[in-house]
Write a protein that binds this ligand. Structure first.
Ligand code: SF4
Length: 289
């Protein structure tokens, strides 16, 4: 969808409203397909309740979960000056307008900031010479985010050790991240970069093929292994533990092999926009009215 220019603050509000109230089309399709294929009656009823809940959220234009998460942003391409301040202003407006639960607190005093910003917005920048700016938001609920894990594996560990770490992370999380989840996997970089990579992987639509054949095979093998585990929706058993596995890789030190897992719950909220150099605004990910 392409619309006329608007301010970054307006764009942030629009992204957050879409992400909070409407499932991205690929996630909705994956949930509907899972409900159709699921053989376990309890799992089918859980998936039915999830779909019913998201339809009501869309109809009422209200958040699909009481935990509206902490908004995490990725800015790619041209990085506009002052983008952090615009994001903060947009998040504060969205918190009041949608409304969103004020989740941001001081980590020690636990004092609530009230605006979902606190000490500053969570922004990852990926500058490039592209002639557009791409801004994405992932509202991250605590149930899924708390299950994030990093392993500093040894370089001689192969695919099987990576798969074992990812599988154990998802299965040990059980029902806490509200499965069926989307599993973001980061491989390489440094410890901090690897964690960000795992989160960035959650931005890749479920119906988009990974261009790297090694990562594609890893995603497919993990998808089959996790959905054969029997964990099921909400950890209550069934065939549908994950809706997808998305992986990204980056170069790392010859003596390192970092691997990170970041989960999105069934409410796999995300939305993206591209603002082109001529000022046109193109909403590229998420469901917009
Ligand atoms: S993990 Fe997701 S679905 Fe579960 S309570 Fe948190 S935000 Fe809601």
């Amino acid at each position: 969808m392409i619309i006329m220019p608007e301010s970054w603050e307006d764009i942030v509000l629009r992204l957050l409203r879409a992400a909070q109230t409407r499932l991205p089309p690929d996630v909705k399709w994956a949930l509907e397909a899972a409900a159709a294929w699921e053989s376990d009656p309890t799992a089918r009823s859980q998936l039915g309740a999830i779909l019913d809940n998201s339809s009501r959220a869309e109809f009422l234009v209200r958040p699909m979960c009481q935990d509206t998460g902490l908004p995490v942003f990725f800015v790619k391409g041209r990085i506009p000056p002052g983008i952090e301040a615009s994001i903060a202003a947009g998040v504060a407006r969205a918190t009041a307008a949608i409304p969103l639960r004020p989740n941001a607190v001081d980590p020690l005093s636990r004092e609530v900031s009230g605006d979902n910003i606190g000490s500053g917005p969570l922004v990852h920048c990926r500058p490039s010479d592209a002639d557009y700016t791409e801004l994405s938001v992932l509202p991250k609920g605590a149930g899924a985010e708390n299950m994030s894990r990093l392993a500093m594996l040894t370089p001689s560990d192969g695919d099987d050790v990576i798969k074992d770490f990812v599988t154990r992370t998802v299965l040990q999380a059980g029902g806490r991240p509200c499965p069926p989840t989307v599993v973001g996997v980061g491989i390489g970089g440094t410890a901090d970069a690897c964690m960000a990579l795992a989160k960035e992987a959650l931005l890749i639509p479920l119906d988009q093929e990974n261009p790297d054949p090694r990562l594609r095979r890893l995603e497919e093998e993990l998808f089959v292994a996790l959905n054969s585990s029997g964990l099921g929706p909400m950890g209550l058993g069934g065939d549908t533990t994950v809706l997808g596995v998305r992986a990204l890789a980056a170069s790392c030190h010859t003596a390192s092999l970092p691997v990170a897992v970041n989960l999105n719950c069934w409410a796999a909220r995300r939305a993206s926009v591209r603002v082109h150099s001529d000022g046109t605004v193109e909403y590229t990910q998420g469901a917009f009215p």
